[in-house]
Ligand binder design. Structure first.
Ligand SMILES: Nc1ncnc2c1ncn2[C@@H]1O[C@H](COP(=O)(O)OP(=O)(O)OP(=O)(O)O)[C@@H](O)[C@H]1O
Ligand SMILES: [Mg+2]
Length: 354
């Protein structure tokens, strides 16, 4: 079972190696627009909702908002909503007093209290248990919360930033998310674009990752050729910036442009450059259908890789149901688990759905 950071764990995310803001926002219109409104939003203690596909930088942006806010030197506390079973979440989130829970020794503050005068980052908010949604609403309404077993409520000042890779308005429409909470947390909403919608920023991001990981791993790799940068700009990037980052990390470690090329090019070439016979028939419908299937397979594989083969998270990232993902994986001949690579054990399924 996953868990949110408890009081013993590293609750506060240090201001670690930050990408400079010029890199974070790049030059694409949509990111420049987000940057323009950022300071006003950060100054006001209002909830912010960050929407975007997996790997688009929601957590990065949450930290930028925190750093720029008046409580920027205070704690930044991340709560990973789906990692906690609904029954436990209340005690995990709000803490408990001695004797309040069977089997629990002593009291525990939960992460909400240490976020006082700082930022509480609620990641994957769409997965928050409905009972907890009511508690959160109360916290947002009057800044008060109550630990399980506590006699009195504690007053808290926290800046709440929520993130989701779903369309929260849609979740509200189908009854999966409380409407009143939705209106509370989406006072300001920022939509992070997929990487393929900000292709112009790919060279900037690539150079940043190259420099960062070359320094980190003490390795000197040559800069990428213009040809490869062009290929990176045409790639679909289902895993967004995280996928790009991982790819460059691999390049820095292996130092092989050929390795990058082969992993990026092979599938693209298959479906984008089908062999057209000089004579004979070329059944357009059939070829296009085959190309679409190849593309789907590639996207599923890339997204599985990005989500460390967690199928539940992959289905979420692709906005399809878990059952639909399993069906598509079977249909496309994608193995249920990652196959062994050189020196790597077979990855265990970690989506808890078996
Ligand atoms: N704008 C950016 N500039 C530089 N690096 C970035 C940027 N956005 C994301 N990254 C890097 O990409 C990775 C994924 O970012 P992040 O965790 O913020 O994405 P996310 O949207 O929260 O993804 P998920 O929904 O999967 O949690 C991180 O390693 C982060 O450092
Ligand atoms: Mg995240």
């Amino acid at each position: 079972m996953g868990s949110i950071a408890g009081p013993d764990a590293a609750l506060f995310t240090a201001v670690e190696d930050w990408p400079p803001e010029d890199v974070i926002f790049g030059n694409s219109l949509v990111m420049v627009a987000i940057r323009q409104n950022l300071q006003e939003t950060a100054n006001a203690n209002i909830p912010v909702l960050l929407e975007g596909q997996s790997g688009t930088g929601k957590e990065v942006l949450a930290k930028v908002i925190h750093r720029r806010s008046p409580w920027g030197c205070g704690p930044f506390v991340k709560v990973n909503c789906p990692a906690i079973p609904g029954t436990l979440l209340e005690s995990e989130l709000f803490g408990y007093e001695t004797g309040a829970l069977a089997g629990a020794c002593g009291s525990r503050p939960g992460p909400v209290q240490p976020a006082h005068r700082g930022t509480l980052f609620l990641d994957e908010i769409a997965e928050l248990d409905r009972a907890l949604q009511a508690k959160l609403l109360q916290l947002l309404q009057d800044g008060q919360f109550c630990r399980i077993g506590a006699q009195e409520e504690k007053r808290l000042e926290v800046r709440v930033v929520c993130a989701t890779n779903r369309q929260l308005q849609h979740e509200t429409g189908v009854g999966a998310f409380r409407q009143d909470l939705f209106y509370r947390i989406n006072i300001v909403t920022m939509q992070l674009p997929p990487l393929r919608e900000r292709r112009g920023d790919i060279p900037l991001l690539t150079n940043y990752f190259l420099e960062t990981y070359s320094k980190k791993y003490g390795s000197e790799v040559p800069p990428l050729s213009n040809r490869l940068i062009g290929i990176l700009q045409r790639h679909h990037w289902p895993g967004n910036i995280r996928e790009l980052e991982n790819l460059i990390k691999r390049y820095v470690i292996l130092g092989s442009e050929a390795d990058l090329l082969s992993s990026l090019q092979s599938a693209d070439q298959n479906y984008l450059n089908p062999e057209i016979p000089r004579d004979g028939v070329f059944p357009l419908k059939k070829v296009v259908r085959k190309a679409a299937k190849q593309l789907e397979r590639k996207i599923i594989l890339g997204t599985l890789e990005t989500n460390r083969w967690n199928r539940k998270m992959t289905a979420r990232a692709l906005s399809i149901s878990y059952a639909a993902l399993l069906y598509k994986m079977r249909e496309a001949g994608v193995p249920a688990i990652r196959g062994p690579r050189a020196g790597q054990p077979v990855a265990a399924l970690d989506d808890g759905m078996n």
